[in-house]
Write a protein of this length. Structure first.
Length: 547
């Protein structure tokens, strides 16, 4: 059968009442309340307002060169002065610092869970968050986000110092700097033994890079890729240099990889200059492999073997799917080797338990049947994944092919302005049984400044389809008009809708204006609906599931 790509010009805005009436009940409720405005931080209104009043580069975009170790780079001096006023909390715990283009959040989660399984009191600091800013900080042995009451009370305890610091720094302290300082101070206050800290941007000039060598147990660099290029110097080599800035004198370095040879050379050269031993997660003699996919309590898991020097783990069941997540797990296990070499006790049993217990919102996250039914979709499998680069798209495509090799695929995509939209599209066109793509819009970090219009996304997907020779069915063709009437009639019951129509409904629950449809249409197979392109797109879906 001949396949067509179906392309619709920007949809006319739908009246809110009509749009809500067409959606599944849970999605309609979320939409009527206003997606993107749902807050899970109501108890911390003053803290959230305080943080949001500061300069937020996640929302506005990072200036050119800001992540480089140059005159254009962020000023670590003001971060140093802020922490000094707070009593230098970063000196009161040991830390593992993790940087990388992709995989650093997953690696941090794996490692922190391993350490918790061993019984350590662990602090974890990551970014960005999906539903609540509390997700960025976890303290203790359970791994849950810090409670609203704990964070709120602590904020009020240090607010006076923050106020003074902001005034002394002429208002230049940023959202990320202040919240990082709060996290470090909370770790010290709670008596954390070891903190796992994810860098925000780059490494050299990131606010988290205030940790000195005496407090650093290991630096971890997961991957090097072409993201935030302008902020990190404009080339893959400059990205590597920026991220190598977390390497400290005489502190072990873990390299995840695999890396291009010249990039690995840059990282190893920096380690050598700092007299820092290097551990290679992808080195000779190390082996990590996926044995297959199993289903446990309605969720897919991948059975993996991880063999790294003295760590020999067979049939580890990872809820985080894909070869990239296996590599992240192996990188976390390799970091354990560093800790063991420094005298920290971590058993193989704790490594296994920590890896198997790790789940992350918006990363290879399959919704359960119950969760999907909350959205009004009882047939399709729904996967939410914050992939937003060409490399992460490729990893997601490989995961889908591995877990659902014969299933049709529908995408719901929203992206920020500074991403490679064309490269992202090509990975899905060339690697999956793609039935449809719904291009939509969500606020990025609560603002519109970094949101790519669905029209611009559409143009990139059209360009990708032409380059790959995919036929286009657009709204000016009679075939489309007939297909549209059959798919989106008001009276069509949800259970009789195709996967294409189901994907449209899910996309529409995220944004009702100017949606774009692009895709193949061949089947009523329940298939797989994937929400991707941005963690903020993922957040919209998860919020509509749990208003």
């Amino acid at each position: 059968m001949k396949h067509f790509v179906k392309l619709v010009a920007p949809l006319s805005p739908i009246p809110l009442r009509k749009a809500v009436s067409l959606l599944p009940p849970r999605c309609a409720l979320a939409l009527s309340r206003g997606l993107g405005t749902i807050s899970r931080d109501g108890e911390m209104g003053e803290l959230v307002a305080y943080i949001d009043s500061l300069k937020n580069y996640e929302k506005s975009g990072v200036p050119k060169g800001a992540g480089t170790d140059t005159d254009d780079g962020f000023d670590l001096g003001r971060m140093s002065r802020l922490l000094d006023r707070l009593g230098n909390p970063q000196s009161k715990f040991k830390a593992v610092h993790i940087a990388g283009t992709k995989g650093k959040g997953s690696t941090a989660a794996f490692l922190s869970n391993i350490l918790r399984a061993e019984g350590y009191r662990v602090g974890l600091y990551t970014s960005p968050h999906i539903q609540t800013i509390r997700e960025r900080i976890s303290v203790g042995k359970m791994g849950e986000p810090v409670s609203a009451s704990t964070l709120n009370n602590f904020f009020h305890g240090v607010k006076g110092i923050l106020d003074e610091s902001i005034k002394l720094e002429d208002g230049s302290l940023s959202h990320f700097e202040v919240f990082t300082a709060i996290a470090f101070s909370l770790f010290a206050h709670e008596g954390v033994e070891i903190a796992v800290i994810e860098a925000g941007l780059g490494g050299a000039r990131d606010a988290t890079n205030i940790i000195c060598s005496s407090g650093l147990l290991a630096s971890v660099i997961t991957t090097i890729g072409e993201e935030h290029l302008e902020a990190l110097g404009g080339s893959l080599e400059s990205v590597a240099v920026a991220k190598s800035g977390i390497i400290k004198h005489n502190c072990p370095v873990v390299l995840g990889g695999p890396f291009y040879p010249h990039i690995e050379h840059i990282l190893c050269q920096k380690a050598s200059s700092m007299c820092s031993p290097v551990f290679f997660a992808s080195g000779a003699g190390n082996r990590s492999s996926i044995n297959g996919i199993t289903n446990i309590n309605g969720r897919p898991y991948q059975s993996c073997d991880i063999l790294l020097q003295s760590i020999q783990l067979l049939d580890v069941k990872l809820a985080m799917l894909g070869h990239h997540q296996l590599q992240n797990a192996a990188t976390a296990a390799c970091a354990v080797l560093c800790l063991r070499s420094s005298g920290w006790k971590v058993s193989d049993e704790s490594i296994r338990a920590g890896l198997e217990q790790t789940h992350l919102l918006g990363r290879s996250q399959f919704l359960t049947h119950h969760e999907a039914s909350q959205l009004g979709f009882s047939g399709a499998t729904i996967l939410v994944d914050g992939a937003h680069t060409k490399d992460s798209a490729k990893a997601l495509v490989n995961t889908i092919k591995m877990a659902f090799p014969a299933s049709p695929l529908v995408l719901v995509v929203a992206m920020a302005t500074d991403k490679d939209h064309f490269g992202f599209a090509k990975e899905f066109f060339s690697g999956t049984r793609l039935e449809a793509v719904f291009l939509t819009e969500v606020d990025i970090s609560g603002g519109r400044a970094r949101t790519t219009s669905s029209v611009s996304l559409r143009d990139c997907w059209v360009q990708a389809s032409k380059e790959l020779g995919t036929n286009i069915l657009h709204d000016g063709m009679p075939e489309y008009q007939e297909l549209s009437a059959n798919l989106f009639g008001d009276s069509l019951p949800m259970e009789d809708r195709t996967i294409l129509a189901s994907g449209y409904s899910l996309a529409d629950s995220m944004s009702i204006a100017n949606g774009i449809i692009l895709g193949r249409y061949t089947s009523k197979d329940p298939g797989v609906i994937v929400v991707t392109g941005s963690l903020h797109a993922v957040s919209s879906v998860l919020q509509s599931m749990n208003p």
